[in-house]
Write a protein that binds this ligand. Structure first.
Ligand code: AGP
Length: 612
């Protein structure tokens, strides 16, 4: 939920840290700061500012920092308002140590009381500042910084990813993690530490992913990893094959619009990558044998937010293709429900970031109860991936916009491919039907490309509806999840109250909401439930609800019910969720733009919810 970065090497650290922060801004953006070791003055100097990173940039242009080693932080406030005092980095009493932190220290109140009693003076309301003073407490005499950090961390409960510098040992940065991500970028004569790879990708593509309870001592020449408790750890180095441009806007006004427009290419590349010359589906990174997919009698999907909506699609997809019981659960509910895990249960954890605290906790709970864990994830080497028995990467490339778009359709497409893969293994469907469904899926990237070619139409429709104070999204069967995702997209970037509902539920309450002040998006592509959707639309129309319909090209009947129709190309009902997602994303995007909202960094949100 916050972004941290550290640099140590021969170059001026300020521009490297500032650019790195900008690449992490999607992780939190209510305040930011930087601390550099100023060797010539034998001191650490800090600059910090409330507001976005541009405010820190302005401050640094007036009061620059020099030095070749430092740490920086962009914040998503958890403890204490987003003020100058609460922005990171934080000092100890003697300003010998500076620290940045991502996570939540659950026992900070008692620790702070004890430290105050021992004479420590605090300047902020944050939990993070407690860590700085705790390190100070143990950083006595000839104790090395990393050993003082180890001692301090042993007193904490909660989650952390930290980076610490000291003016007494100016040749090192100490990092450690528990529950929040931290990666090392290995450069030539320089090293980096960050919450996420894009922060340093232009400088280093060789990465060491730290695991929970690991600590790293970073100098310009090496990265020494050990357990927080002290035992050395051998870590592999992963080569990242993204390039920086993939993490840039490439001419689009917003990352979100860029990522919406990438979907046709992303899905096309994924389907090609996932099929061999005989059109058989395979997942080369899977590391789970076919038996689990052949023999499992129970699949539970766990996820949060948009990934949960993909999981809802997965329930329809996998049940239909594999003829077996599949359920989907919110990670934050699953983990506290004392779930009963039958022998042979396969948990499918869906997460774009692979760092969502609730989904990690759900997976740990399920593993404790004997489940096999398969993760569907977009980030190489993320915590979820490293805690799973098998992984299928969604191959969507870096998703920077806080509102998930291409990762969502990549998750749904991956579930379609997994379902077809399992159907062949389980012989739950004749091969010719599997081939037919695969052929329908293979057409989707091109169909999505056609919709992306009609953005001005959707932009105009968004303008006509941006004044509505609330929206209802309705869908049936696999487009009930589409309705939920369309509502989430709209509410999280335009702040308009919106909810997604199963259309069949209208008469059980929501119809009371319908009047001329409410816009209702009805997802009604050609399908076995089309006529039912038409009935719903007629019920809404008779109560003067303002209807936006998503319908199949050539559907003239729908025009008798509403003039506001977004047509999508004819698509096999089985994979219609992929296609209807695009107009829903564009509608939300253009309504939010019309309302002057910050679509890439919506208020109160962060890209990866790494705290509970
Ligand atoms: C999606 O638009 C939201 N930003 C949010 O709901 C997100 O999907 C959720 O936090 C899960 O994130 P994950 O996929 O990284 O686990």
């Amino acid at each position: 939920m916050c972004g941290i970065i550290g640099y140590i090497g021969k170059k001026p650290a300020q521009p490297i840290l500032l650019n790195g922060l900008k690449r992490l801004e999607y992780r939190g953006y209510d305040s930011s700061g930087m601390a550099l070791i100023l060797s010539e003055k034998d001191t650490i100097s800090i600059r910090k500012s409330p507001g976005k990173i541009s405010s820190l940039e302005k401050l640094l242009s007036k009061k620059p920092l020099s030095g070749n080693a430092g740490i920086a932080h962009t914040r998503w406030a958890t403890h204490g308002a987003p003020t100058q005092e609460n922005a990171h980095p934080h000092f100890d009493c003697k300003e010998e140590i500076a620290i940045v932190h991502n996570g939540i220290i659950e026992n900070y109140v008692q620790l702070k009381k004890d430290l105050v009693k021992e004479g420590h003076k605090f300047n902020s309301q944050t939990d993070t500042e407690v860590i700085a003073h705790l390190i100070e407490k143990y950083y006595k005499n000839s104790v090395a910084l990393e050993d003082a950090v180890r001692k301090a961390l042993s007193k904490l409960t909660g989650s952390f990813a930290i980076a610490v510098i000291s003016k007494r040992e100016q040749d090192k940065i100490v990092g450690a993690r528990l529950g929040s991500p931290l990666v090392v970028g290995v450069g030539a004569g320089e090293n980096f530490l960050a919450s996420d790879v894009p922060a340093f990708l232009e400088h280093a593509k060789d990465v060491i992913f730290l695991d929970d309870n690991e600590l790293v001592v970073l100098t310009s020449q090496e990265a020494r990893v050990s357990k927080v408790s002290g035992e050395p750890v051998n870590k592999s180095v992963t080569r990242i094959n993204w390039d920086v441009s993939q993490a840039q806007k490439q001419g689009y006004p917003h990352f979100m619009l860029k990522e919406i427009n990438e979907q046709s290419r992303v899905l096309d590349a994924m389907i090609i990558r996932r099929t061999d010359k005989d059109k058989q589906i395979f997942f080369d990174e899977l590391e789970l044998g076919p038996d689990i997919f052949k023999n499992t009698n129970n699949i539970i999907i766990v996820a949060c937010g948009t990934a949960y909506h993909a999981g809802m699609c997965g329930e329809y997809i996998l049940e239909e293709l594999c003829k077996m019981r599949v359920s989907v659960d919110l990670s934050s509910e699953f983990r506290y429900r004392d779930p009963q895990i039958l022998p042979g249960t396969l948990i499918i954890a869906i997460s774009q970031s692979g760092e969502t605290a609730d989904t990690l906790a759900a997976v740990r709970e399920a593993r404790k109860k004997g489940a096999t864990i398969l993760s569907i994830c977009n980030v190489l080497g993320s915590t979820l991936v490293r805690e799973s028995d098998g992984v299928i990467y969604t191959l969507a490339g870096p998703e920077i916009g806080v509102a998930s778009t291409k990762a969502y359709t990549a998750q749904v497409a991956t579930l379609y491919l997994l379902g077809l893969y399992m159907a062949r293994l389980r012989k739950s469907m004749p091969q010719d039907k599997i081939n037919r469904l695969f052929s329908g899926l293979s057409k989707c990237p091109g169909l999505i490309g056609e919709i992306l070619g009609k953005q001005s139409e959707i932009k105009n429709m968004a303008s006509r509806h941006s004044h509505f104070g609330s929206f209802l999204f309705l869908g049936r069967n696999i487009n009930y999840p589409s309705a939920c995702e369309g509502a989430l997209k709209l509410k999280e970037i335009s702040y308009i109250p919106a909810e997604g509902y199963a259309a069949g539920e209208m008469k059980h309450g929501p119809i009371a909401l319908i009047d001329e002040y409410r816009a209702v998006v009805c997802i009604a592509p050609a399908s076995k439930t089309y006529e039912k959707m038409v009935s719903n639309i007629e019920e809404i129309r008779s109560r003067h609800g303002k209807i936006i319909a998503i319908a199949t090209q050539g559907d003239e009947k729908i025009k008798e019910l509403t003039s506001e129709v977004i047509y999508v190309p004819k698509v096999d009902e089985f994979c219609s969720a992929l296609v209807v997602a695009i107009p829903l994303q564009l509608l939300a995007y253009y309504i939010a733009i019309k309302r002057g909202c910050d679509v890439d960094q919506p208020r109160n949100l962060a890209k990866s919810v790494t705290v509970e």
